[in-house]
Design a binder for this molecule. Structure first.
Ligand code: PMP
Length: 361
């Protein structure tokens, strides 16, 4: 393969050959009883991954599409919502809501910190009109984990408020009990821990959120959740689905089910730990106070982070994730979603050691 890079970014990921090669298989027609059986299995397995009895549907979209689907289905213009902003993905909830004419209250969290759930409680007590609280399980821009369980406990007491969680990078790699923790909408996507190519956005929706959707006046044609749920009930999709991706998803979900969600997560945690130990030996510190699994954000005190990213890519064929804006020279992130094992960590750490050697010269 020409100039293959080792992907240790935050998606897309390294993918095992058996799943990858399914993408090159002949297409199948989806409106058949056989394909409905495949979809039935996919839908059931998604409920297992999301730990919910409620529908989990998918869109031919990336994670941001699923975020917009969540907003446009459950809210009305001029509603008021609270969003937790600890980085660019938390901030995105605010931007999407504002675009759709929703009034937003921002709970700003310093970069690298995790929100204190009692701050959510205080804001809810002070603002009886909050229709929804938006949070991010793993804030991929900083690598910080959010205590979704505690926030869910708080929101459960409010009949007129729903809880919406972005689990794009946190699903599977963090524990998330959608129903038990009182999360009404969870969104995610295919190119992180699901470790298949980008292009599928997922959304689970509770009965309470469906009631909100029945009253909501924002409009969306492609993402209309009632179309997806009606088709989900008959093991179908409203529009043409990305069949190759679904075949890859089917195998991935089978694999997770066979290994068990907890074992799958433990395996990822082990690799995350190896990366962090190795980076520590090289003199780096993990930045987040409560770090997310599989997302390691590093603040560079002695090096230009953008040079590290460039040398790793150009000389050693290892892609790690840069940061944008004012963090460009200060912060890099390493991801270990997908087929990253001990061998890949070794390659990554050796490349990093050589990169630092070069920068020290
Ligand atoms: N939310 C989080 C937490 C993410 O990590 C990402 C992708 N990095 C997104 C949302 C956006 O997903 P996408 O790029 O698939 O639209």
């Amino acid at each position: 393969m020409k100039n293959k890079k080792l992907l240790m970014v935050l998606g897309p990921t390294e993918i095992e050959d058996d799943i990858l090669s399914l993408g090159a298989e002949p297409q199948v027609y989806m409106r058949t009883p056989d394909y409905s059986e495949t979809l039935k299995k996919i839908f059931r397995n998604l409920q297992y991954i999301f730990q919910t009895e409620n529908p989990v549907v998918f869109f031919a979209a990336s994670g941001t599409g699923a975020m917009e689907a969540a907003v446009t289905n459950v809210l009305s213009k001029d509603d008021t919502i609270l969003y937790i902003n600890g980085g660019s993905f938390g901030e995105r909830w605010g931007k999407i809501c504002q675009l759709h004419g929703i009034k937003t209250i921002e709970l700003k969290v310093p970069f690298g910190d995790s929100v204190n759930p009692s701050d959510v409680k205080t804001i809810l007590e002070q603002n009886s009109n909050i229709k929804a609280v938006f949070a991010t399980l793993d804030e991929t821009s900083s690598g910080a984990l959010t205590d979704i369980k505690s926030i869910g406990e708080i929101i459960k007491k409010y009949d007129n408020t729903i809880f919406v969680v972005d689990a794009v990078s946190g699903l599977i790699v963090e524990p998330i009990q959608t129903d038990d923790w009182g999360i009404d909408v969870v969104i995610s996507s295919s190119q992180k821990a699901m470790a298949i190519p980008p292009g599928l956005g997922f959304m689970s929706i509770s009965k309470k959120a469906i009631e909100f959707a029945q009253k909501a006046n924002l409009k969306t044609f492609y993402f209309n959740i009632f179309d997806y749920i009606a088709n989900w009930k008959r093991n179908q999709t409203p529009f043409t689905p990305p069949v190759s991706l679904l075949n890859q998803l089917d195998l991935r979900l089978d694999k997770i089910k066979t290994e068990g969600l907890e074992n799958y997560r433990q395996r990822y945690s082990h690799i995350t730990q190896l990366i962090r130990d190795g980076l520590k030996n090289l003199g780096f510190k993990v930045f987040a106070k409560q770090p997310a699994n599989c997302v390691t954000g590093v603040l560079c005190e002695n090096y230009d982070a953008s040079k590290i990213v460039r040398i790793m890519r150009e000389k050693y064929n290892v892609e790690i994730a840069p940061s944008g804006g004012e963090l460009k020279t200060k912060f890099f992130r390493v991801g270990n979603f997908g087929a990253i094992g001990e061998k890949e960590v070794e390659i990554f750490l050796q490349a990093m050691a050589k990169t630092l050697e070069e920068l020290n010269r």
